[in-house]
Design a protein around this ligand. Structure first.
Ligand SMILES: NC(=O)c1ccc[n+]([C@@H]2O[C@H](COP(=O)([O-])OP(=O)(O)OC[C@H]3O[C@@H](n4cnc5c(N)ncnc54)[C@H](O)[C@@H]3O)[C@@H](O)[C@H]2O)c1
Length: 255
């Protein structure tokens, strides 16, 4: 099994992409610590992992935007699993609003979770790894919205562009410690976030714009996270991997 012996913290693990990442990590042999603001959802994920794959999996409640909460999450994860080898920072929220209507509160809310949450989680896990003198892998979740502009995503796109630049920058700072940092850029993925945020018109437009003409299943994003955490990616750092059915790199499409 590709991840046997690795202990992987997954934030946002109650639903959607995070839940699928937790499932894929456990299927690959990892011990998973499933963390989420939705504590019940995180527990349900950990229980499902045990049922399907046995092993030892844990659930934690966290608000990734809070420094105290993230510090407590990493401390508890280390104590439950006996240490950490990797993190996948999936916790995030959407924000679809025309630019002229975006309030400072909207801007701060989405930055607080998506960008600040990614920063705090990666920093605390990296501090743990460096203190233990252990190599490790950090995987962040950016978005196709970081590089390709769509309507009404200014605040959200800014957070994801930030996640991308942040991931490249920490890859440089952490390379001397044997810690790799990479970002995944999903295209549209059929999750609850998308159910809430994508209108029928937007859905039609995405399906026409993506080269593969469909949304991803959450499990299709999770496979990339398993690869980036695994030793098979040992020389990959500072990279961003588009898992988007050809969304970012496609132009005019004639069917
Ligand atoms: N779904 C897509 O099309 C898509 C595309 C590109 C990127 N993404 C990114 O993938 C990530 C997951 O998206 P999803 O579609 O699975 O969303 P989702 O809403 O299904 O899941 C997000 C999870 O994050 C948790 N969460 C929210 N705020 C939190 C906080 N402050 N602390 C801890 N947990 C918190 C939620 O409880 C939820 O379980 C997000 O960062 C999102 O921006 C999603």
């Amino acid at each position: 099994m590709r991840l046997k012996g690795k202990r992987v913290l997954v934030t946002g693990a109650a639903t959607g992409i995070g839940q699928a990442v937790a499932e894929a990590m456990a299927a690959a042999g990892a011990t998973v610590i499933a963390a989420d603001l939705n504590a019940e959802g995180a527990s349900a994920t950990a229980k499902a992992l045990y049922k399907a794959h046995h092993g030892s999996h844990h659930a934690l409640a966290v608000d990734v935007g809070s420094e105290a909460s993230v510090k407590a999450m990493v401390e508890k994860a280390v104590s439950h699993a006996g240490g950490l080898d990797a993190v996948v920072t999936v916790a995030g929220i959407g924000m679809h609003k025309p630019f002229l209507d975006v309030t400072l509160a909207d801007w701060q809310k989405v930055h607080g979770v998506n960008l600040q949450g990614t920063f705090l989680t990666c920093r605390e896990v990296a501090r743990h790894l460096v203190a233990e003198g252990r190599p490790g892998a950090l995987v962040t979740i950016a978005s196709g919205a970081a590089t390709r502009a769509s309507s009404s995503v200014s605040a959200y796109a800014a957070t994801k562009g930030g996640v991308l630049s942040f991931t490249r920058a920490i890859a440089v700072d952490l390379a001397p410690y044997g810690i790799r940092a990479n970002a995944i850029c999903p295209g549209p993925v059929a999750t609850e976030l998308v159910e809430r945020a994508h209108s029928a018109e937007m859905r039609k437009s995405f399906e026409a714009t993506v080269a593969m003409h469909r949304y991803a299943k959450p499990a299709e994003i999770a496979g990339a996270a398993v690869f980036l955490v695994s030793d098979e990616a040992s020389y990959i750092t500072g990279a961003d991997l588009a898992v988007d059915g050809g969304f970012v790199n496609s132009g005019v499409i004639v069917r």
